[in-house]
Design a binder for this molecule. Sequence first.
Ligand code: SAM
Ligand code: SF4
Length: 513
Amino acid sequence: MGKSFDIGLDRLTGTGVPGIGETQEGGLNPPLQVAGDAESTFYLETFGCQMNDHDSEKVAGVLLARGYRQVDGPEAAKVILYNTCSIREKAAQKVFSRLGELRPMDERQGKSSNTEDTEEERRVHGDGQVLEKNHPSLRKIVNAAGGKIIGVLGCVAQQEGEEIFERAPWVSLVCGSASYRKLPQLIAELEAGNRRVTGLDTDTDETFETEITRRDNPWRAYLTIIEGCDKACSYCVVPFTRGPERSRASASILEEVRRLADAGYSEVQLLGQTVNSYADPSMRKMRFSELLAAVAEVSGIRRVRFTTSHPRDFGKDIVEVIEAHPNICDHVHLPVQSGSTTVLRAMARTYSREEYLEKIALMKAARRPISITTDMIVGFPGETEKDFEETLALLDEVQYDSVFAFKYSPRPNTPSLKMADAIPEEEKGRRLAILMDRQREIQRAQNEKLVGETFEVLVDGKSRRDNQWSGHTSSNRVMNFTSPERELLGDYVQVKVVSAMPNSLVGEMVGRA
Ligand code: SAM
Ligand code: SF4
């Protein structure tokens, strides 16, 4: 369940980027310290959205600054951390499945006289995927896990809190995203003999001010400008897991952007669950569009992206700022969730289909083409065949460049849990498949229209095959291209499109940008 698909533009992630962990000379990244104490190693695995990716950069920064060394696998780590996502049930289950792999031997042996897995064990392993108890490779990991600190961070930590200790007693640290600055202190408490520690505050803005962020991408830097969410969509756990909206002062954001530019980063991405609901807490009281313009005006910044925008707070001022600043990327991710006003009301999305389409019209009227992408949920309780048809019709009308579609997943504490007329899983799957097929054809046609055009591409990937590179256009399309150049990573180049696929473009380099 919860199957999602991503056809087309990637979601502003740093996926496929080489040089992970590389730093630039004089950059903001802390030097990768080899800890004096060989024990001070950590392994960090991230699940979920790019806000989580960025949170992990902060966590890694905090630990590296204190002499910890990052390792590639849980076997070699003293501290094992999972930065988790609970947006859909499947995402949350994945984490418990990982934790199941780390169950210590004695915990397992206590239960191993019983050849049947208990209900509890199935829950821990997640999604009916029961791991074989005496599998040699599993035993190796489990043995290696002895004496380690195992921590759950992020949304599952915030949502499940101390219950995680019940479900996986070998976990000793549970910490939500607002408390990452406290991590070294929490780990020190564990090393001093405390059995279990938690950091579960949600209403602190400490999270913006982690003093060091270990950035995974040497060209593109993420910056959280607003944390939490006040929108209360009836299906969503984010307001519970990330707390209320807190914005970061504009002067502090701009200062960081200047430092990033000085350090050689050419692209910044402003992040927030509802990034355009930004409300400057300082006396300057900058609106989101003003902040966007000010970021774009920082010398050395060649690309500015922002995500995710909420339709309610998306106005003409944002489109005007995009038009006025060529270095603000021509891409807006504007999640709609459903094409039916009835379903939108039940979702408490605060806009109707018509109001959403007015926002789309603002972008379609812009002086340069703006690529529009969205999120959709199928099978929300009570969604009729007619409602679903309206969602399909919206695809045709808007002609999105990419859609992230999800089957509705009931989540704890959310109002939609109690709604009548749940849609059977099979039907959700059928609707998702229809939506995907329809959207794939739209993207194929959209991308084919681009053959023959030339785009600026930030090169962020190199294939093992000679002369093959990849990167992103300003509209965030993936471009795979050929060039005989020896080194292009991090460069801006001009690429002519020679063919198109639903998810990407294929081109050849025609010059430097
Ligand atoms: N704040 C953003 C917004 O308002 O659109 C999105 C945040 S959420 C992390 C990303 C996407 O997950 C949502 O746009 C929605 O499509 C999907 N999502 C959230 N809760 C869901 C649920 N209970 N079931 C299925 N999909 C869900
Ligand atoms: Fe969740 Fe809605 Fe907030 Fe987005 S706006 S994070 S979907 S509650």
